[in-house]
Structure formats: structure tokens, C-alpha cells
Design a protein around this ligand. Sequence first.
Ligand code: CAA
Length: 380
Amino acid sequence: MNLRFTEEQEMMRKMVRQFAEEKVAKAVERMEEHDEFPTEIVKEMGELGLMGIPIPEAYGGSEMDVTSYVLAIHELSRVSAAVGVILSVHTSVGTYPILDFGTEEQKKRFIPKLASGEYLGAFALTEPGSGSDASALKTSAVLDGDHYVINGSKLYITNGGAADTFIVFARTDREATGSKGISAFIVERDTPGLSILPSEKKMGSHGSSTTPLAFEDCLVPKENLLGVEGEGFKIAMANLDAGRIGIAAQSLGIAEAALDAATAYAKERKQFGKAIGQMQGVAFKLADMATKVEAAKLLTYQAADLRQRGLPSGKQASMAKMFASDTAMEVAIEALQVFGGYGYTKDYPVERFFRDAKVTQIYEGTNEIQKIVISNHLVK
Ligand code: CAA
């Protein structure tokens, strides 16, 4: 595999790095202090064509490759992990399901709006009683004339407070158990019976909206059924394969930012008459951190490349997500240690990297679930 980026991919990287450093960086403080969703930043990302990077031009996207999309999440997340996850969830699990499983009419109706950033996408699978055990979901959808009537609740919906469309998973066959009898729906924000509840107060990822959803006799037109009735669980799983590459890229961005901050500080900070980076206790930490970041990068871009080529990439996506998120956490912890007492204050960004890294080991499937997915690929 060739990890040299093409001219087009390099242009994407430069453009996003500039946008992140000039625009996103300025929004970080507000997002941190007020946990405010970065509406303006998302609007500008739409104007730059970032909200539909891998989406075909025919549906209003930028029609670039998966690597360019991963580069964008990686670069954004070096500055703001929250902005990185907004883009990842919007594209991978918010838009891809319609592109991959939607009818032509659904694609024409929703994708141009999502790809331009006019609409923000979200994915509603998790429920209060079903997180890792996703197929135990209880939300129901009953066909009544021209509508499905949805009842139930969803939890931890990334982009929830700002999303215009939700890919919602509900049980259409009450007799069926487990992964059978689950269907996927495109539910628009203003659908009667859908309530978007206040955002969770989280440890990190401030500015990214994470809400519960309540469905009370929510009337979804039957033409919003996505794919075949009863086959929704496979839609969820297939799109999580794509989503996990995005989370790997987000994790990589956090890890790289923490490594860069620690390296710069280690060169500058003097103790015992020399820079702390000259002492093996710190220098060896940096060596381990840099090696793990490099390995995470290779896994992440390998998964992106496989997906771009249309080759099986689920196993590699889970490996990349697990390894990159563990790396983000480890590197953030070590970066904080390099900074010592200063790292524990809000005067430096490493405490934010530490808080932001944690959730990457949890969402889009905990890293324990990634081990199930990877080992299933090996032994089943
Ligand atoms: N693609 C297509 N189909 C798939 C698939 C995939 N990647 N993985 C499984 N399937 C199919 C299987 O082939 C099987 O089909 P058949 O019944 O026809 O054989 C069916 O789905 C059921 O598969 P399993 O028996 O393996 O399912 P399971 O109930 O044992 O669950 C699991 C497997 C991997 C544990 C799954 O439940 C899982 O991934 N859990 C984690 C859920 C998760 O990641 N949630 C994230 C929420 S979204 C989020 O976090 C986004 C965010 O906000 C940031």
C-alpha cells in the first residue's frame, strides 16, 4: 500500500488544515466553555464542499475518494475532535445509508441537501437498554395505512440537536427476535411525534451535540422506509464499518495533536539545566507515542484505501478504530504527564485531548465490541 498522498489528496489536506487552524481554532474556546454547537463552522464546511466529500457529484457531493474524506476528519480533529465527529457521523452513518440502500427517489430527495451541508445527518441506533447489544433494540414501527407509527426512545445521538435527518432503526416485526425484523427509516427533524431532548452534559467532545430522542406515535411516511423491511440491522452494521474508519481518523487527529504539543513542550521546558526532551524519561515516552501514532495512521489509511477500492474493509475498519482510539487515549495521557502540573490546567490543550480521547474508545462500538467483530472475521 502506498501511503504517499496524491496531489488532489494533498490539496484537501492543506485546505482543511488551513480552515481548521484559522477558523475552527477560534471556535474551540466557545465550544469548550458553553458546549455550543458550531453552527457557523458547519455552514462553512458545507461551503467548502466538506459535507459531501465522498458523495457522487450526481447527488451534489464532491466525488472525492475515501482517503480525502479521512484526511479531512484527521485534520479537523487535530484542532477540534468535536468538529471531526460531527463530520464523520454526518457522512458515514448519516448519509451513506441513503446512498447505499436508498431508492433513487430517496437519494434525489435527501442526498443533495446532506452533501451541501444544508441538512445535517444523524444515526439513531442506540437505546437506553441496548448499546453494545444493538439488536436488542425495542423501538417499534407499525405500518398503519401510508405511515409507520414509531414508538420508543433513542440515546446518545451524535448531532441530535442540530440534525435534519435521522437514520432510525426500529422493530417492524414483533414476532422476530435479535437482529431479525428490524427496519431502517429516514426520519426528518420536524416529523410529528419526534422530540429531540436536551443534549447530554459530557466529559469531553464539547460542542458536539449528543441527545436522546423520544418517539411518541411518530408518523413516518412509508416511502421513508430505507431498504427492505426487516433488513435494517444489516444496514446499521454495514454503515458502522464505514463509520469506524471516521472514528479512527478522529482518534488519529487527537493523538497527533497531543504528540505535537508534548514534543514542542519537551523541547522548550527546562529542568535540571536542560530541556526535558533531552532526558530519556521523557524522550522515550515521545518515541513510544510517535511509533503508535504512525501505526494508527497506517491502519486508518489502509482501511480507507480498501473501502475506496470496494474491497472488504470491515475487519480493518474495526482494527483501525480500536488501535487508533487506544492510541489517542494513551498518547493524551502521556502528553499530559510530559506537561506535568501545567498539563492538568485549562491553560494548555492537553487536558482537552485527554477528555476528548476517552469517548473514541466507546462510541461506534466499544473497543471490546471491535474485538468481537475482528475475531468473528477470523474464526467465523
Ligand atoms: N455488514 C453487513 N451485515 C452484517 C455485518 C456487516 N458488517 N455484521 C453483521 N451482519 C449481519 C450478519 O451477517 C447477520 O446476518 P444473518 O442473520 O443473515 O446471518 C446479522 O447481521 C446479525 O449479525 P450478528 O449475529 O453478528 O449480530 P449480533 O447481534 O451478534 O451483534 C455486534 C454483533 C457486532 C456485537 C453488533 O451488535 C455491534 O456492532 N454492536 C455495537 C453497536 C455499535 O457500534 N453502536 C454504535 C452506535 S452509533 C454511534 O456510536 C455513532 C455515534 O454517535 C458516534
